[in-house]
Design a protein. Structure first.
Length: 344
């Protein structure tokens, strides 16, 4: 069976990897090359939602984050390249007494919902004073969160795919099954099929890369921002979430504000040179959940889209589910994630 994957972002490349690992012949097609869209960004925070009010999306995200270590170690082994993955954890400052109360309650729900494999705990902020400012003197530290260097990860995936004989091309080739992993462009196409309904859209994000080596320190989530130390001696900071913009790839004063807030939240960043500013559109479905499954209008075609802010974190599980469906006809995708759920 020959599979054609349209789109060389994290969903497209991960699905190609899962299919090729099962022996399928796979081609990836993207006229702009790997990582040309949102997947070519900077941040790489693989972080869970809070462990409460459990739902399908949170359960799937948890499963995928648990799978990530094996997924990326396999890619690293075949490619010989480091994707920058490490389960280094995350620290979050607690701004007030109510936040402390909620965090302590979540310690118990995390134990239950995460099966005791990873911790969510309230700790004194002293040990992390160089990383984060906490008005209460307390932080949450979770051991499930991981980091990934987005561009290194894509390079490793491309090399691993080449090692498995996967063709990565700029032009479409025929196949027995076609998987559309085309990001914002794919969502806009679906909008045209849905009449008055909006299936999804692009949300602009801006992020920055700083020249600062924090080694294996945990990432920080503070004031709505992700601050992620990478192993190459940089720290990524992001991001904005913009529904309106003039230029989707231009950075502006909103990123300046992100950097000011990041330095206020994380003292270690102060004075670190900014070596790159990035902006791009991330594909967001109406439900904010990934869209996975059969194409609602085209026989023999499939959709994997809507990674939005959790695309890298959801990719390992999304890839396996799509490989199950396309190669073996086994459909384990929850109803609320399927394309038709957004078209009705």
């Amino acid at each position: 069976m020959r599979i054609v994957v349209l789109g060389a972002g994290i969903f497209g490349l991960s699905i190609a990897w899962a299919c090729a690992s099962r022996g399928a012949k796979v081609a990836v097609v993207d006229p702009f090359g790997p990582g040309a869209g949102a997947s070519g960004g900077l941040v790489g925070a693989l972080a869970p939602h809070v462990p409460e009010n459990w739902n399908t999306k949170k359960a799937m995200q948890f499963r995928s984050l648990v799978m990530a270590e094996t997924f990326w170690s396999g890619v690293a082994e075949v490619s010989g390249l480091d994707p920058g993955y490490a389960r280094s954890g995350r620290v979050q400052p607690l701004p007030d007494a109510r936040a402390v109360e909620l965090a302590r309650a979540r310690t118990e729900t995390a134990m239950e919902l995460w099966g005791g494999r990873h911790a969510w705990e309230v700790l004194p902020a002293d040990a992390f004073a160089h990383l984060v400012v906490s008005p209460t003197g307390l932080v949450v530290r979770d051991t499930l969160s991981a980091r990934l260097h987005p561009r290194q990860a894509l390079r490793a995936l491309v090399r691993a795919l080449e090692g498995r004989g996967v063709e990565i091309a700029a032009e479409t080739r025929g196949g027995d099954a076609v998987i559309h992993a085309t990001g914002v462009a794919g969502l806009l196409e679906l909008n045209g099929m849905a009449g008055a309904k909006i299936v999804g859209a692009g949300v602009k994000g801006q992020a920055a890369l700083l020249d600062l080596d924090l080694g294996d320190e945990p990432q920080v989530y503070a004031d709505g921002l992700h601050i992620v130390p990478h192993a190459d001696g940089t720290v990524a900071v992001g991001s904005t979430s913009e529904r309106e913009w003039d230029d989707p790839q231009a950075t502006d004063a909103q990123l300046d504000d992100v950097l000011v807030r990041a330095c206020a939240a994380c003292p270690a960043l102060r004075g670190a040179p900014v070596i790159e500013r990035w902006a791009g559109l991330r594909p967001r479905t109406r439900s904010r959940a990934p869209m996975l499954g059969r194409h609602p209008a085209r026989d023999g075609e499939f959709i994997a889209n809507g990674g939005f802010k959790i695309g890298f974190g959801m990719a390992p599980l999304a890839a396996e589910m799509m490989a199950d469906l396309v190669l073996e006809g086994r459909d384990g995708i929850p109803a609320e994630f399927r394309p038709e759920a957004s078209l009705v």
